[in-house]
Design a binder for this molecule. Structure first.
Ligand SMILES: C[S@@+](CC[C@H](N)C(=O)[O-])C[C@H]1O[C@@H](n2cnc3c(N)ncnc32)[C@H](O)[C@@H]1O
Length: 333
């Protein structure tokens, strides 16, 4: 049995459990501060699609009992419903299109998202320091897929910050069916996170660094979120090259706007070391495949295949190196 408390902001935030799950006094104080002065949470209030999305959320079932398994590739909630209710659930979840991160299996509705985020989870999970009873911050968490997986791996708090309203509402939709867990999402950007928390055991920043105009400042900010010796797990786009290679695209990169710095993995490791991180290790470099990122019924827009040259998938349509992502682990000083 679980219940969500609805609050007067654009997303549904379960403050009571969030504050209970946050162990560190500094973190509790920050959360209480934003709860009590939630103007910063209302930025999406005038979004044109919000009334429609809210209707979808209201119509979703909140089962009294459900079999929940967060350890699966597709976090799953199984509960009793009629065939008609199942079809209605599917249609409502489609109302939160586009679903980019997943997959999920909610009441038998298999949400086949644009990204097979479980592939990424399988790459990072072996390198994460044990998550049992750990407090984790996931910066730019999308709809919170990794927060659910980290809660499933025993984290006592998996807190995501994500400015996109739709992704927050997708998280809320999942939460109605996956229930009250240690996973939480705040509709905020990293800018809203105080620079003196120094309390998380683990901080994830995946797919965010290349969107930052000042990547070194982003890395410093992540350090200021970590306790001493806490682990940073960084995942970002890199380009082939040596320690002095950094690509700043002239315009778009793989059709994405707002891409600033694509360093080589060696350059990125140098940045982290210069900022005082220890035990900086590049764990993996992976060329993104069209099996991992593609259009589906749940994300009907263009995807990776349309961003690559049709006759040479080593290059993007802008003739830049095709997306490769590095995973780097580093410890806070
Ligand atoms: C490429 S997605 C990565 C999502 C997820 N971390 C993953 O690895 O699959 C980048 C996410 O960062 C979010 N984002 C953009 N600006 C941000 C900011 N200032 N602070 C935190 N997140 C941000 C975007 O909305 C988006 O959901």
């Amino acid at each position: 049995m679980f219940q969500l408390s609805v609050v007067g902001c654009t997303a549904m935030i379960d403050w009571e459990h969030l504050i209970t799950h946050a162990k560190e006094p500094a973190l509790k104080r920050w959360i209480e501060k934003i709860r009590d002065n939630d103007d910063c949470l209302k930025s999406g209030e005038r979004h044109g699609d919000l009334p429609r999305w809210r209707k979808v959320l209201d119509a979703l079932p909140e089962p009294e009992s459900a079999l929940v398994d967060l350890s699966l590739s597709a976090p799953k909630s199984e509960f009793n419903q009629s065939e008609e209710e199942h079809l209605e659930l599917r249609e409502n979840l489609q109302g939160l299109h586009p679903w980019r991160k997943g997959p999920f299996d909610l009441g038998g509705v298999k949400i086949d998202t644009e990204w097979r985020s479980d592939f990424k989870w399988d790459r990072i999970e072996p390198h994460l320091h044990s998550l049992r009873d750990r407090q984790v911050l996931d910066v730019g968490s999308g709809n919170g897929y990794f927060c659910w997986r980290m809660a499933g791996a025993g984290a006592s708090l998996a807190l995501g910050v994500e400015p996109s309203l739709l992704f927050n509402l997708q998280f809320d939709a999942c939460r109605k069916m996956l229930g009250q867990r240690a996973a939480h999402l705040l509709p905020l950007g990293i800018e809203a996170v105080p620079r003196d928390l120094y309390c998380f055991d683990t901080v994830l920043s995946m797919g965010v660094l290349y969107h930052r105009r000042d990547p070194l400042d982003h890395l410093k900010h992540l350090q200021q979120c970590l306790r001493p010796d806490g682990q940073l797990l960084l995942e970002t786009l890199v380009v082939p090259g040596d320690v002095s290679t950094v690509l700043v695209p002239e315009g778009r990169y793989a059709r994405m706007r707002n891409v600033w710095f694509l360093p080589s993995a060696d350059a990125l490791c140098r940045w982290l070391k210069r900022l005082g991180y220890r035990e900086v290790t590049c764990l993996d470099i992976n060329k993104t495949t069209v099996e991992e990122q593609r259009s589906t019924q749940w994300m009907r827009f263009e995807s990776l295949p349309q961003c690559l040259q049709s006759d040479n998938t080593e290059f993007t349509v802008e003739a830049l190196p095709a997306p490769r992502r590095a995973i780097i682990s580093a410890l806070a000083p």
